[in-house]
Design a protein around this ligand. Structure first.
Ligand code: XMP
Length: 324
């Protein structure tokens, strides 16, 4: 793609112009945006970029490992992997209010990231003066997209918002003029694996907001298994790229079922899939019932703790994409 090749060259020039010999810190989330930003900045300034991946233990199955492998082994980009799952899961114990969950995660994230930044600043190579973010154009106008009016915040969004000022760092945001599909094109241009580039969006607070009510390690494990089966079936049906976002939700409701000769009393799993252009509005995805049926059968047979599967047919508005 010649436009993206041109953009790549221009972006590298302007990153170099902004940063000079300075050091840049980049938080990786596991998503496409921060990964593309990191690879681009690495191409511009090499070893002066340090990536930090705060693993909150709320990722999907195998995802944390994939990020580490991609950056360390494939790209050879210096990456600090912080396993903070005990901290996050511990802090969320007994927390069931959606906004309190989001704020707890957001605050902890900043604390952990800041502590890592201080360690990196003390490594003898001087403190990083820049913080890189995979901010996209729609995020720049986020105040419009995520509020229901002048004073109504629907969901508090999770990012490192206050951090640059607190740590006296300047922002590097090489993707601020791009839309999601352009970031994907740039990612392909930079040689990121197609499967990685085509990934569905994933929220910062992770699986915590896909378990209404209080989370636990056990619930996270159940949800990860159900979610992986669901996405595997979607891929097998050739629908992954048609769908904007698909995921499982583990409900805090148990219902009665029968398996073999026995009665079961287990959790309900809700499946969600939507089509969308930018996440601001969305339509529920009209699956062929056979696909959904296969997902339900596999989830119930293979995931201990779930005995019923339902499908969410709510569009946005009035629903939001995530359940919390
Ligand atoms: P909602 O649920 O508000 O989600 O319809 C719209 C899109 O945003 C994602 N989302 C988030 N992304 N941090 C993020 O980085 C968040 O706190 C967050 N909350 C929702 C959601 O997955 C969907 O793509």
């Amino acid at each position: 793609d010649w436009t993206m090749a041109a953009f790549r060259g221009e972006a590298i020039k302007s990153i170099r112009a902004q940063v000079g010999e300075g050091r840049v810190l980049c938080g990786l989330s596991g998503g496409v945006d921060s990964a593309v930003a990191a690879v681009l900045i690495h191409e511009a300034i090499g070893e002066n970029l340090t990536c930090v991946f705060v693993d909150h233990g709320l990722m999907r199955l195998g995802e944390a490992e994939q990020v580490v492998t991609l950056f360390r082994d494939h790209y050879n980009i210096p990456l600090v992997h912080v396993d903070a799952s005990d901290l996050f899961v511990g802090a969320l114990e007994g927390v069931s209010d959606p906004e309190t969950k989001r704020k707890t995660i957001g605050k902890l994230f900043i604390d952990v990231f800041e502590a890592e930044a201080k360690k990196i600043a003390a490594d003898g190579r001087g403190a990083p003066q820049f913080l890189a973010q995979g901010t996209l154009y729609p995020d720049v106008i986020e105040s419009v997209s995520f509020t229901g009016g002048p004073s109504v915040t629907i969901k508090s969004h999770h990012n490192v918002g206050g951090l640059p000022a607190r740590m006296n760092m300047k922002l590097v945001e090489p993707l601020r003029e791009l839309f999601k599909d352009e970031v994907r094109a740039l990612g392909r241009e930079l040689g990121l694996p197609p499967a990685f580039v085509g990934r569905h969006p994933f929220p910062g607070p992770g699986l915590a907001i896909r378990i209404p009510g209080a989370i636990s390690r056990e619930k996270l494990d159940i949800l990860r298994k159900a979610d992986a089966i669901y996405l595997e079936e979607i891929a097998k049906a050739g629908l992954y790229d048609t769908i904007w976002q698909a995921f499982a939700v583990l409900l805090p409701v148990r219902t009665v079922g029968v398996m073999g000769d026995g009665r079961t009393y287990d959790h309900v799993c809700a499946l969600r899939a939507v089509t969308s252009v930018d996440g601001m509005t969305a339509d529920f995805f009209p699956f062929d019932m056979n696909v959904l049926g296969r997902c339900a059968t596999r989830i119930i047979n293979e995931v201990k703790g779930i005995n019923r599967v339902v499908y969410d047919v709510t569009s946005k508005p009035p629903g939001t994409i995530e359940w919390e």
